[in-house]
Design a protein around this ligand. Sequence first.
Ligand code: ACO
Length: 391
Amino acid sequence: MMQERNRATAVRGLEGVLAGETRVGHVDGANGKLYYAGYDIHDLAKHCCFEECVFLLWNDRLPTRKELEDFRAELIPQMTLPGPLLQWFKRVPRGVHPMVMLRSAVSDLALYDEETEDNSVEANRRKAIRLVARVSAVIAAFHRIYNKKPLLEPDVKKGIAFNFLRMFNGLDPTPEEEEAMELMYVLHAEHEFNASTFAARVTASTLADMYAAVTAAIGALKGPLHGGANQRVMEMLQGIESPDEVDAYIDGLFDRGQRIMGFGHREYKVEDPRARHLRKYAEDLCRKDPACSYYEISRRIEQKVKKAKGIYPNVDFYSATVQHALGIPVEYYTTIFAASRIAGWTAHIMEQHADNRLMRPRSLFVGKLGRKLVPLDRRKAPAAAKKAKAR
Ligand code: ACO
């Protein structure tokens, strides 16, 4: 036993560990490539809408036009939420983070789904449809109710991105806004075994239901080292008044040993391919608003951090400015990530259930074995025990 312990080493953060097989997504970090079911993200961003990507991730092939229309017709009506959930939104305490609300709301949705306990292929697909539609709808409806504004029904002729903006802002988006939101949804939909997807797959591997697995994923996404970074990026941008202040601001963060939010990645050692698209949209959207200096500030940060640390922006860096330009309040940024990533999470949960083996790794025990147990009435606090020994 002792010999086995001495030889073994644990892989910190599971870096480089191949924890399972998947056909859903693939990251080629060395070459800055991302694939959804084998298709390059640049091609998908150029040619496909979010619903095509969802269909692809679930079916391992792109839909025909007719299939896409039928898929939308199934999806969009599900954006109408159960009444008790809308009532619950009214009781959510003021100041609660929207990701906490979303995590609880998805767990709550399980209460109103008669198929929650059914993990069959057919029931899982129906639940996945409901979840893709309802995560966006929950964010929008909560925002409206929280701000005491009336709710809007989805427009069944349109897709999720359009309807999210319509139901969140209370009016139909312009074609430019719709295009930017569509891109946000496409780019965030899937990223193989990232922390939140892995959390979903671990939960699904116990044969827990899809809502349980998605709730776990939302919990993992919230952290600032993962999806929560986009909110921190905007908070950083808001703390910098002009591009001229960037160098001093970033030097200050380096001096204090702090991380620059929206930079670095476990897998990408060159630029995250999603950042290219978001940078362009951030630039276009900011150019239309003379008061918006976030793009210029972001460019300066990018140059500074690249030169100082050799690290590149990840998906969260420019998505912050795009979301700002779309009028989304900063505390909602990570929920928008979730509204898209639900596509990948559900695809992975279904893939896990289709060929399941419980995920149960080992840990390397680094404590003392064989410790002598002192009965409760003779046990001393560590400081007292030390003093008694010294006397
Ligand atoms: N700012 C400053 N230095 C950084 C950053 C950063 N954002 N990211 C990595 N580094 C440095 C580390 O200090 C370390 O330097 P060292 O070798 O001199 O100690 C080196 O780069 C490697 O960093 P690790 O922590 O080993 O990288 P890891 O793979 O564990 O972390 C992570 C990846 C968590 C994403 C990290 O880059 C980070 O904290 N980034 C900021 C938060 C962020 O943007 N998260 C979103 C990631 S994308 C997503 O999840 C959607």
